[in-house]
Design a protein around this ligand. Structure first.
Ligand code: UPG
Length: 692
């Protein structure tokens, strides 16, 4: 990291804003996003968190809300502002001009007043080539230089010009204080190469590329080309299309330019951000057909009102002064757009996915998201601990969970539904030796450290999620956690990904864990700690009546401190070979045992994801007629009948089946290999809950 300057990005959830946040973070800036979400979605921000591996504070605030915006300035030490927020549809602006003037002008005024009050004097403004109006009205103004006379032809363009004028006046009033960059964009297109963020227009897209993408994915019938009787190579109008990632980089270049200016010197200057190369509508059409491999149907129609022949930038000033120029051409933009469009055919707007707040305030990084179909199979997951909050089978909840995020943070936690890490299950006396050093974890369970002790993942907010609907029946939610060694009793900085895949048709919930460590090796063992109660439908607050069977009754023997003795014992529990299941009663039998999937094996895999997904436990309740099958790729599983359940629940209100590595493996030479993650390796594990 070169610097830790904090940039307030207004409209950061939107198309250009979100791409700029990626570049800002890559360049060592921190970001705070303010967006009223009127034409964008928080999901872009949640995805940005995973893409950038950074927490991004987010405020759902309208810039016209002075007090709401002031809170952001009070809570963060803002160094500079990049201002994207604004209404931007040319056609719409002619219908509701007052809304455009009110929103764009007033929002900017409130923002600038607060900047003045809090002495934040660096400002990058998202202007538009639209301020030039029809540059072809002059004889020699194509390509368009910054000196081209201004003359917008619609209310949207007038608001951009109005804000430019306000900025020039403000600078003139205090020339030694304000540092203002006015960036006039030409036609931004494309998407981030990751396919995670892109343009997501609400309703019918106005712009050429988003429209073509929707035709290509089958959302619209054909493209209408607005006129082929212009005086151009093929009769269609010429525009300067610029990859949104190049455009985003232009903001970093301008911010760095402002940063480099002497402290007591101000500036207010305009820069065109364009490529300098014009393309016709039909040329872009061809590039997109080539990138997608689809011959998109189109029809030539009449000219669109307000369109002009040619808007191509002269970007020389930016090249010379900002040391910036475009690097990605139209074909790359089309390829990246196609990836975004195919991987997110409905953008961020997915049916079967909803979000609620797990916190009393609207804290977006503390949300609960629900995926799936309410009447058939549905999961609710929290950012906190990437916790499974609820699971509904045919509309009936089958797990224990809370309504509020804070309830998950009680001191007598029972890890309800949580992701367990870095190290699930017990580590004897909280001690282990690794990297030539001895480590002592805080003792939190008798004489042992359990479930990662005080740094446990259940109490950490994960980044994300990335929510997707890859097929009609599947929904995925991906969370990430950066667990730095400075914040942990464990060595090494760990990057964790937790991936939930819910299949509504097969009623399966798959959980996949992966992790990588930097600098030093770490012990690792991850699992999910859901407590099941298959009979909640009948108001049961007990697991009594649940019939269970396991793959093997061979289990790790433990001493009075629950530490393995090295012996293998047979537990009294029905296996798949037995005709009758073990029936859990109100009082017993009570289990809190680590069972072997195969007692003859010596597990040493750090990544088990390539293994067969093996059924390890079945549970069935005859009253509800709900059956659960727990499968995993892991070598063992803990069966726990919840006899110490507390934190608002009763003992034996739920049972847990926790697939994972052998208990205390880090302290057993024979099994160590399965729990030591070294830099360059990947930890991996899979668990599946299936219902019928
Ligand atoms: N076009 C079609 N069919 C469509 C959409 C567009 O033929 O369905 C044509 C349109 O006639 C034009 C070209 O494609 O010739 C590009 O149109 P569009 O993508 O709508 O961009 P512009 O009209 O050039 O306007 C964009 C922004 C505007 C910004 C301007 C700066 O929408 O806000 O000021 O670029 O150049």
């Amino acid at each position: 990291m070169t610097t830790q300057k904090r940039v307030l990005v207004t409209g950061g959830a939107g198309y250009i804003g979100s791409h700029t946040v990626v570049e800002l973070i890559e360049n060592g800036y921190e970001c705070v996003i303010v967006d009223n979400l009127c034409n964008s979605s928080y999901d872009s921000v949640a995805r940005l968190e995973i893409l950038t591996k950074h927490h991004i504070p987010f405020y759902k605030v309208d810039l016209c809300d002075h007090d709401g915006l002031e809170k952001v300035f009070q809570e963060h030490n803002i160094d500079s502002v990049i201002h994207f927020a604004g209404l931007k549809a040319v056609g719409e602006s002619t219908q509701i001009p007052l809304t455009y003037y009110h929103n764009n002008i007033l929002g900017t005024l409130v923002l600038l007043e607060l900047m003045q009050k809090y002495h934040v004097e660096k400002f990058v403004f998202s202007s538009s080539a639209t301020v030039y109006g029809d540059a072809t009205r002059f004889p020699d103004m194509i390509p368009i230089p910054e000196e081209c006379p201004l003359g917008p032809t619609n209310p949207y363009g007038q608001t951009k010009l109005g804000i430019e004028n306000i900025l020039r006046d403000l600078y003139n009033s205090q020339k030694d204080i304000w540092k203002v960059a006015i960036l006039r964009y030409f036609n931004p297109i494309g998407a981030h190469p990751s396919g995670l963020i892109g343009e997501d227009p609400l309703g019918i897209p106005n712009n050429l590329l988003p429209y073509m993408a929707q035709v290509a994915v089958g959302r619209r019938e054909k493209l209408y080309v607005f006129g082929n009787d212009y005086d151009s190579r093929d009769g269609t109008p010429i525009r300067d299309y610029i990859h949104v990632v190049d455009l985003a980089k232009g903001h970093i270049a301008s911010l760095k330019y402002l940063d480099a200016i002497d402290q007591k010197t101000g500036i207010c200057r305009e820069w065109n951000l364009g490529s300098g190369t014009g393309s016709t509508v039909l040329e872009v059409y061809r590039a997109f057909c080539d990138a997608s491999g689809i011959e998109i149907p189109y029809e030539i129609t009449g000219r669109r009102a307000g369109d002009v022949l040619n808007l191509t930038a002269k970007p020389d000033r930016a090249t010379k002064e900002l040391k910036w120029k475009t690097e990605l051409d139209v074909s790359i933009a089309c390829k990246d757009l196609w990836k975004w469009a195919t991987e997110n055919p409905f953008g961020y707007q997915l049916n079967g996915i909803s979000a609620t707040f797990g916190t009393d305030e609207e804290e977006f990084d503390g949300r609960f998201v629900t995926i799936g179909s309410g009447s058939r199979f549905q999961a609710t997951i929290a950012n906190l601990g990437a916790t499974l909050v609820d699971l509904k089978v045919d509309g009936q909840s089958v797990v224990l969970g809370y309504e509020k995020e804070s309830q998950y943070l009680t001191p007598d936690t029972c890890y309800i539904g949580a992701t367990i890490g870095r190290y699930a299950n017990r580590i004897a006396h909280g001690k282990f030796a690794l990297n030539g050093k001895d480590y002592q974890l805080t003792i939190n369970n008798g004489v042992n450290a359990n479930h990662g002790s005080i740094g446990s993942f259940h109490a950490k907010r994960f980044l994300g999620p990335i929510l997707k609907n890859p097929t009609k029946d599947t929904f995925t939610a991906e969370y990430a956690l950066i667990d730095n060694s400075e914040d942990s009793e464990f060595p090494g900085s760990l990057q964790v990904i937790v991936n939930y895949t819910l299949n509504v048709a097969t009623k399966t919930l798959d959980i996949e864990y992966t992790a990588q460590v930097e600098v030093e090796a770490t012990p690792i063992n991850m699992t999910n700690h859901t407590y099941f109660n298959l009979n909640k439908l009948y108001g049961s607050d007990s697991i009594a009546g649940t019939e269970i069977k396991v793959i093997s009754n061979k289990s790790i023997d433990v001493d009075e401190n629950v530490i393995p003795t090295g012996k293998i014992v047979d537990r009294e529990i029905a296996t798949f070979d037995d005709s009758k299941p073990t029936v859990l009663g109100k009082e017993g039998p009570d289990y809190d045992y680590n069972f072997f999937v195969d007692a003859t094996a010596t597990p040493n895999q750090i990544d088990t994801r390539g293994n067969e997904l093996k059924l390890v436990t079945t549970a069935y309740h005859p009253e509800s007629n709900i059956k659960l099958e727990v499968s995993s790729t892991e070598p063992s599983y803990q069966v726990y009948t919840g006899d110490w359940l507390c934190a608002g629940f009763h003992p034996r209100q739920g049972f847990a089946v926790e697939p994972g590595r052998y208990v205390n493996a880090i302290n057993q030479d024979k099994y160590k290999g399965s729990v030591i993650l070294k830099p360059g390796e990947t930890f991996g594990a899979k668990i599946q809950y299936k219902f019928s």
